[in-house]
Design a protein around this ligand. Sequence first.
Ligand code: CP
Ligand code: NVA
Length: 306
Amino acid sequence: MDSKRDFTKLRDISREEGQYLLERAHFLKRLRKEGKPYKPLADKSLAMIFEKASTRTRASFEIGMWELGGYAMFLNTTETQIGRGEPVKDTARVLSRYVDAIMIRTYAQSLIEELALWSTVPLINGLSDLYHPCQTLADLLTIEEFKGAFERIKIAYIGDGNNVANSWLEASILFGLDFAIATPEHYEPETALLAEARENGRFTFTHDPFDAVKDADVVYTDVWVSMGQEKEQEERVRVFDSYKIDEKLMKNARKDAIVMHCLPAYRNKEISDEIFEKHEKVIFAQAENRLHCQKALLEWLILRQC
Ligand code: CP
Ligand code: NVA
């Protein structure tokens, strides 16, 4: 038996494994569309621990596990002993005796890594302050659907250098993407990731959103105020004002550029209502693709143990 694998960040997997997961997600999406049941995870279970709010991540993991024939158990930190200070390493060892995989959404990446270290079953990052790797997998699948491939096009991320931006930087390093990112000063992504991304030669970092979207095929944004940053709301809305995705900014991108948003979206903050509705087909495909990608991920992580 191979040792267990985790998905605490995108680069826990290789480029080849990433390509495999995307191919598998396309396949599982097709099967579902054809109404063909596929239940390889019968008798398998997933614990889902949430310390932050979620709509898509919770729903897609829960339904995904059910569609694959397994069971998903929802745990929130306020109603479990985790919230009362039970050590993470004990929670990891207990849950590992009940379930076949654990998914967690929390604040500190270090907590996810500690959980991964102590659990004997695969650990999945459902979002931390630092990364959102499941989102990036679904984003890549969506770009393949709408643009054919993500290797030969330019992708621009505009806004906060947050968890979503960091996972995109990881994707750009893993797949050698033509990737540009524009954030305000003091809101840059992880410095080490920026340095690594620069090494691939197709990467641009700027504070100017118009520069970043120039000739882009994909324009991506996320909220300006992430979960846990609510106290900074006023300041952030002021600082990010010129980073909104609107008609004016989109004029700098390619004519056939698509706009992506991981959701939830705040209209007329990071994205104008007009642009959001114009690109809603892509944006909601992105949300749907969380389901297909996570099914591929669960199947791979759990069954490779057998
Ligand atoms: N995009 C995303 O992760 O959405 P939720 O916060 O609703 O899970
Ligand atoms: N950056 C956002 C993503 C939400 C899916 C947050 O962390 O709140």
